[in-house]
Design a protein around this ligand. Structure first.
Ligand code: GTP
Ligand code: MG
Length: 314
């Protein structure tokens, strides 16, 4: 990344434009280089022609990179780290845990364990790499008001961690609507300047979008917004080398958009952006079944885990 160059150094960017760009979250050359000229024109309040010129310059100056050979990709993949779920079966299903630099989506009906897994990840990410963690902080976007510090405390006790310390490293924000939810990703970049964020959570990714964009006419607009949101998350993950975990509901009954009740809300767009998708369903008592839906490099399969007072276990 072109850390040395600043937004002000781009031709056509005066102090006022630089200020507007930064306010809107365009703080480095790379984020400008990958933006569309229409969006940039709008956020910086400049003409589209000027926006185009700025983007062309940013692309020239940013280290966009070219093609890599397979062995170089392999070398880069070696830097991918894994985060444990506290269930061996679930970790194995995911190829030894959740990967950094990609999005893992948990979808399933109410009570299937999505929020429980998210809480467990918030605790685990703070452990050392030897213990299956990533030694970092958490950004938690809570759209349904289901983050429970009490649950975090129980999970800390479950593995001899100091709950006060753990809670201090979880940065929670309530998102009141989908627009707010999207803005919070930009806001999180400020948190990332002060702390090493190794887990970014959105629980639930889709609830606001589902409630706000109703009817067939709203579908295209909703998908476009969701797509943008997912890409912002992925970008955050890649820049910070962190795990992105999101949850998604399935419609309880056949839905006008998707028909099949086991299909996740958001359809293809989310399916194509998430690198790992896990479908969760309830089984007997505290048992839950996770199925890996599509992954670029892992076989499909199922894992059984349980939700107990101490958290997620086999
Ligand atoms: P929605 O957000 O409603 O779509 O559901 P979800 O998939 O997020 O469900 P969640 O992860 O909140 O799972 C709730 C279930 O976890 C409860 O029905 C309980 O079965 C279980 N659970 C939650 N807390 C505890 C606990 O302290 N002990 C035990 N044994 N189980 C718990
Ligand atoms: Mg939940």
């Amino acid at each position: 990344m072109s850390d040395e160059l600043t937004v002000e150094e781009l031709p056509g960017v005066g102090p006022a434009t630089a200020e507007k760009l930064k306010e809107s979250g365009y703080e480095d050359i790379m984020t400008i280089a990958v933006e569309s000229h229409t969006t940039l024109a709008e956020v910086a309040d400049i003409g589209e022609a000027v926006a185009k010129k700025i983007i062309v310059a940013a692309r020239r100056m940013a280290n966009i990179g070219g093609f890599e050979t397979g062995d170089q990709v392999l070398e880069r993949r070696r830097n991918v780290a894994k985060l444990t779920t506290s269930s061996k079966a679930l970790d194995d299903l995911l190829g030894s845990g959740l990967e950094t630099n990609s999005i893992t989506e948990f979808y399933g009906e109410f009570g299937s364990g999505k929020t429980q897994i998210i809480h467990q990840l918030c605790v685990n990410v703070q452990r050392s790499e030897e213990e299956g963690g990533l030694g970092g902080h958490v950004v938690y976007i809570d759209t349904e008001n289901t983050f429970r510090p009490e649950r975090i405390i129980q999970m800390c006790i479950g593995q001899d961690m100091d709950p006060d310390e753990v809670l201090k490293n979880i940065h929670v924000a309530r998102a009141y609507n989908s627009h707010h939810q999207m803005l919070l990703v930009d806001k999180a970049k400020e948190v990332a300047k002060e702390h090493s964020i190794k887990l970014f959570v959105v629980d639930s990714l889709t609830a606001h979008f589902r409630a706000e964009y109703i009817g067939r006419g709203a579908l295209a607009d909703r998908q476009q917004k969701l797509n943008k949101h997912m890409h912002a998350l992925l970008q955050f993950g890649e820049i910070n080398g962190c795990v992105i975990a999101v949850t998604n509901q399935v419609s309880a009954k056949p839905d006008a958009f998707f028909g099949d009740p086991t299909r996740a809300i958001g359809g293809h767009i989310i399916g194509h952006t998430s690198t790992f998708r896990l479908y969760l369903r309830k089984s007997k008592g505290n048992r839950r079944i996770a199925r890996l839906i599509d992954s670029p490099n892992l076989p499909e399969g199922e894992a059984v885990f349980t939700v107990v007072e101490e958290g997620i276990r086999d």
